[in-house]
Design a protein around this ligand. Structure first.
Ligand SMILES: Cc1cc2nc3c(=O)[nH]c(=O)nc-3n(C[C@H](O)[C@H](O)[C@H](O)COP(=O)(O)OP(=O)(O)OC[C@H]3O[C@@H](n4cnc5c(N)ncnc54)[C@H](O)[C@@H]3O)c2cc1C
Length: 453
């Protein structure tokens, strides 16, 4: 009979680890979060540019899935959230900012509206092709049915925005199941989805805590009943007779921690190293997951420049340095208030495999991003300040066959008592999906222990 675990170590203090820690602590476990950097949050992080508070990582949470809203409610933040002031997004292509026509993840719901947007040069020759019974790349699925131009100018910019990835590599089933669900005739499927949406009351698509998504990690810690140790790199984990021994800290001052269960909430490369001996099949699969690195260049501009809409995305085939821009002070009221009459814009740079661009120094990246921004919008006026934040190993790439890889990992981990994993490497990189993996890991651990009891 194994009682509910009394001591659990969560390795990695990103949003997945914090969500797991929260639920385990609520269930009565003594939880310690071990985080290698000097702060929790991982890809959720606040910073300052020109004296203005900004999100340096994730800046928006999908409200159409419950996990983000639920966690925000559970830590008492619901009353201080907001929805974007505008959702109108554009594609910068063919020499201008062109409003996105109605689409489902880039699949147009109306070909006439797509052509009128100027995003494509001519109406695609749409074909109905049966949906395959195996995973394929998003690009090949859409190209067969709508041609390459729709892939390049509608699908790729969206996947570049979410995954910093390429449609030719990314798995349809793992990254765009809603596109697969449209069926053989993609435009008919997208049109039906839009018609269905029109019958429902409008609900907000995105939200953020007022003050920034990067404020959420500290709110979880403040609401939680768990310990956090920052500057604590977990170097190794090993099984003991009744639990786990963790080796923590620099090689010159290593320390051991004994707990009954562990949740590995790090990105895949660190998880692969940690699980090498205890779950070798999972470790091997984890080691094969590639990551894209990205850079965020945030500008504080004088108030003369006030862009409309929430921002724009750029097709990779257009060869620009930036792959998108968010007009933060137009999009979020909290950001507008923080900017106090100035304008905040964040641009993002870097797709999977594009390592050279991010090797430029900060000044060059700022110049490249500013030039693109000016070309897209006409003029950006005076730059009051700019900041480059590099995210190495930012986003896992869900290549074709990813769901099988994740199944292998999860099966191997499930065979090891007192071990769970969670994070953006499994079943969704967005914040709600990532929170979902953390909460599910906590629930599995508690259920396993209760079943054993
Ligand atoms: C620039 C950027 C913008 C994004 N924008 C959005 C957005 O607007 N909306 C959205 O939904 N998603 C967005 N995402 C994606 C989302 O933010 C991430 O997928 C998610 O936050 C990942 O959370 P995680 O907990 O899995 O991993 P991480 O945030 O990577 O956390 C893992 C933690 O583990 C720690 N760690 C690693 N190794 C060890 C070790 N050995 N010992 C101890 N600790 C360790 C790391 O330091 C890190 O803090 C964005 C991502 C990036 C990079």
């Amino acid at each position: 009979m194994t009682p509910t675990p009394r001591t659990v170590a969560v390795i990695g203090g990103g949003i997945a680890g914090l969500a797991a820690a929260h639920d385990l602590a609520v269930a009565g476990c003594a939880v310690t979060v071990l985080e290698t950097t000097d702060r929790v949050g991982g890809k959720l992080r606040m910073g300052e540019v020109g004296g203005v508070s900004v999100d340096l990582g994730a800046e928006s949470i999908l409200a159409r899935r419950p996990e983000g809203l639920d966690l925000v409610r559970d830590v008492g933040l619901s009353a201080s959230t907001e929805n974007p002031r505008t959702l109108s997004a554009s594609i910068w292509t063919h020499g201008g900012l062109r409003t996105m026509p109605p689409s489902v993840m880039g699949v147009p719901a109306d070909l006439a509206a797509l052509v009128a947007s100027g995003i494509v040069s001519r109406s695609p020759a749409a074909r109905a092709v049966p949906v395959p019974d195996h995973d394929v790349s998003v690009a090949s699925f859409v190209e067969q049915r709508l041609g390459r131009e729709v892939v390049d100018r509608m699908i790729e910019p969206l996947l570049g925005g979410v995954y910093a990835g390429h449609a030719d590599r990314l798995s349809l089933r793992a990254t765009a199941p809603q596109v697969e669900a449209l069926g053989p005739d993609l435009v008919a499927g997208a049109a039906a989805t839009w018609a269905e949406r029109a019958d429902r009351p409008l609900s907000p698509v995105f939200f953020a805590p007022t003050g920034g998504v990067g404020t959420l990690p500290e709110a979880i810690v403040a609401a939680g009943r768990f310990d956090v140790r920052t500057g604590a790199t977990v170097r190794a984990v090993e099984r003991t007779v009744d639990g786990w021994r963790l080796t923590i800290g620099p090689t010159t001052a290593m320390e051991a921690l004994e707990v009954e269960a562990i949740v590995v909430a790090t990105p895949a490369p660190a998880a692969a190293r940690l699980l090498h001996d205890v779950a070798p099949r999972a470790a091997f699969a984890l080691a094969g997951i590639e990551y894209a690195s990205v850079g965020i260049v945030t500008f504080v501009l004088d108030g003369a420049f006030e862009p409309e809409g929430s921002g724009f995305l750029v097709p990779a085939v257009d060869g620009t340095a930036i792959k998108g821009a968010t007009f933060s002070s137009s999009k979020w009221q909290w950001s507008r208030d923080a900017a106090a009459g100035r304008t905040l814009v964040r641009t993002s740079i870097g797709r999977a495999g594009e390592t050279l661009l991010l090797q430029h120094d900060d000044t060059t990246l700022i110049d490249l991003a500013r030039a693109d921004l000016a070309a897209a919008t006409g003029s950006v006026g005076h730059v009051v300040d700019a900041l480059v934040h590099r995210w190495g190993g930012a986003l896992p790439q869900y290549d074709v066959g990813n769901l099988d890889v994740v199944d292998t990992i999860e099966r191997d981990v499930a065979s090891v008592e007192g071990l769970e994993i969670c994070g953006a490497a499994y079943r969704g990189v967005g914040i709600p999906a990532t929170i979902g993996t953390g909460r599910a890991a906590a629930a599995r651990l508690l259920a396993r222990e209760t079943m054993d009891a």
